[in-house]
Design a protein around this ligand. Sequence first.
Ligand SMILES: Cc1cc2nc3c(=O)[nH]c(=O)nc-3n(C[C@H](O)[C@H](O)[C@H](O)COP(=O)(O)O)c2cc1C
Length: 183
Amino acid sequence: MSEPKHLLLGLTGSINIVNVYPYMAALQNRFGCRMHIMMTPAARSFIPESTLIHSIDGDVFVDLSEKSGFKMPHVELTHWADAIVVLPASAHSIARVAHGFAEDIVSATLLAAECPVFFFPSMYIGMWRKKSVQRNVTQLREDGYHVFPPQSTNREFSEHPAGGSLPSPLEVVEFIEKYYNKY
Ligand SMILES: Cc1cc2nc3c(=O)[nH]c(=O)nc-3n(C[C@H](O)[C@H](O)[C@H](O)COP(=O)(O)O)c2cc1C
């Protein structure tokens, strides 16, 4: 499978969304891809979409019924995207996808998607370790999603448990590259 040229970024309501810009830059630089963004309502409560739009050459989708040139964004975005990256992935959004809920643009698009999907969870370590979260992550993996394992590889995550954490932009790119190198 060739590397993604159309990358859809899903933003959810983790505090680490405020650090998303270097990740957007790393993904666009490494894959030379076009990028659209979709955001949950909680994600928008952390950063407004107007601050993201200038960092991509695509659009920012924030609600299921908006048009922005697409009649049904949650369906057409899945036809457009070669890959979807959910970063940061909140516990709530992980739970939605694990259970097939589709109440916002991010979860509805993920439910409709057939391309590779990469999740980068970011949450307080206590949330991450909770059985319910681990069950949901296991379910995602069983369903064919690619979930970065923060607790085993991310030193910062365990050293600063109060804030949750993400892997570095380089680790994010390498995790995705590893998938494409296999095919
Ligand atoms: C200040 C603040 C920080 C939060 N940080 C996180 C976080 O890092 N990870 C997480 O999973 N949830 C976090 N939450 C809770 C989510 O925002 C909440 O569960 C929300 O419903 C997630 O919605 P979404 O998955 O639709 O984006 C935080 C909430 C607040 C108010």
